[in-house]
Write a protein that binds this ligand. Structure first.
Ligand SMILES: Cc1cc2nc3c(=O)[nH]c(=O)nc-3n(C[C@H](O)[C@H](O)[C@H](O)COP(=O)(O)OP(=O)(O)OC[C@H]3O[C@@H](n4cnc5c(N)ncnc54)[C@H](O)[C@@H]3O)c2cc1C
Length: 339
């Protein structure tokens, strides 16, 4: 039940499942018991009050849209991380948490895909892959899924029971767990490398790969897929951490004036700086989450000229009205901004 003025809707946490020592699944329902609508692979952006400061973080849904009465996210602690630690230390059944509508395009529907799927994940990156697997199997789609999950040890396998249950229940689902340390003969010990990948996938380079995990893991998967002749039009990845390069653009010295009259702010922005960075630096209270142009949280309305590298989640009408994603917009004239 989002309103005109707020894109957030309170969700009620109804269940917490501690998956590992540092990860838990939180199941939510809506206050009015209405149904969730999302695509497997999408994420929710939560607004979290940590010691009086509002923070915004995206968490992929790990549940299946085919059971829409509830929706779940699975959160893993990040060392020193503000929100992940706060939620794992505090969020319990009965608590309400504001969330934006599901968003994101790391989905089967939004990407070229075939009936032979490799869902490859590591760490907390399991969440969108789990949602896809659950949805495909629950809706009895004619697909074959090879689910390859990497973790440090058996104790670090997130949603281990669910993976085992899917492996047991469905003939068209097979599970490979690659663990750095393990005594379990059903697991593969080591790290994903070319000989192992070749052994796991000796044939059919026409499989669709969806992968999510830490950046080095995804780089390795992408490199292996490319070097082993996979069709890279069928390779899709999701990153949980903003691209570092986005924050490292150097200033050009060409500046434009920006006014945010709602907040009484006037400041300058370099033509190479993202509008989001400039708004934050000027103290304008703008919401942001993914900072890579796909969650839509940092949307604002501008009068003036900008270069946009992403317009994800914006409707044609909003674009016409001057809305941009401030993380993906750079000024090319003086601007007036409304949040
Ligand atoms: C589309 C999307 C979906 C996501 N889905 C999930 C999910 O399903 N489960 C989940 O646990 N997280 C998920 N995340 C990551 C999540 O949004 C947060 O970034 C994460 O919980 C860390 O937030 P924090 O406040 O604890 O850390 P922060 O205080 O923001 O960061 C602390 C430090 O950790 C680094 N850092 C931030 N995020 C990560 C990360 N993921 N891995 C390693 N280092 C990091 C930062 O660069 C910083 O140095 C997703 C992110 C995106 C963009």
């Amino acid at each position: 039940m989002q309103t005109e003025s707020s894109p957030f809707e309170p969700l009620i946490c109804i269940n917490r499942i501690d998956e590992t020592a540092d990860a838990a699944t939180f199941e939510f329902k809506k206050i009015d018991d209405s149904l969730f609508e999302y695509k497997a692979g999408q994420f929710l952006t939560f607004e979290v009050d940590v010691a009086g400061e509002l923070e915004y973080r995206a968490y992929s849904l790990s549940s299946t849209p085919s059971k829409p009465q509830t929706a779940a996210v699975t959160i893993k602690r990040v060392a020193g991380g503000k929100v992940s630690n706060y939620l794992l230390d505090n969020l319990q059944a009965g608590f309400a948490l504001p969330a934006m509508a599901p968003a994101g395009e790391f989905t089967l529907e939004d990407n070229q895909s075939t009936t032979e799927l490799l869902l490859m994940s590591a760490g907390s990156g399991i969440t969108p892959c789990m949602s896809m697997a659950r949805w495909l199997l629950d809706t009895q789609q004619q697909v074959n899924i090879h689910f390859i999950y990497s973790a440090r040890s058996e104790a670090d396998v997130i949603m281990a029971d669910t993976l085992d249950a899917l492996n047991e229940q469905y003939d068209n689902f097979s599970l490979t767990r690659i663990l750095e340390q393990t005594d379990n003969p059903n697991d593969i010990q080591g790290m994903l490398d070319a000989p192992l990948f070749e052994k796991l996938i000796p044939d059919n380079r026409g499989r669709t790969i969806f992968t999510c995990g830490p950046a080095p893991y995804m780089q390795a998967v992408e490199h292996l897929a490319e070097s082993m002749g996979f069709d890279m039009a069928l390779f899709h990845k999701e990153s949980f951490v903003p691209e570092a390069a986005d924050n490292e653009t150097s200033e050009s010295g060409v500046n434009y004036q920006v006014a945010a009259p709602q907040y009484g702010k006037n400041f300058v922005v370099d033509e190479n700086q993202s509008l989001l960075d400039a708004l934050e630096a000027a103290g304008v209270p703008i919401i942001s989450a993914c900072r890579t142009g796909f969650c839509g949280a940092c949307k604002c309305k501008v009068t003036g000229e900008v270069q946009s590298s992403s317009q994800e989640t914006l409707t044609a009408e909003q674009i016409e009205q001057g809305y941009v994603l401030s993380c993906s917009a750079k000024a090319s004239s003086d601007l007036v901004v409304e949040i």
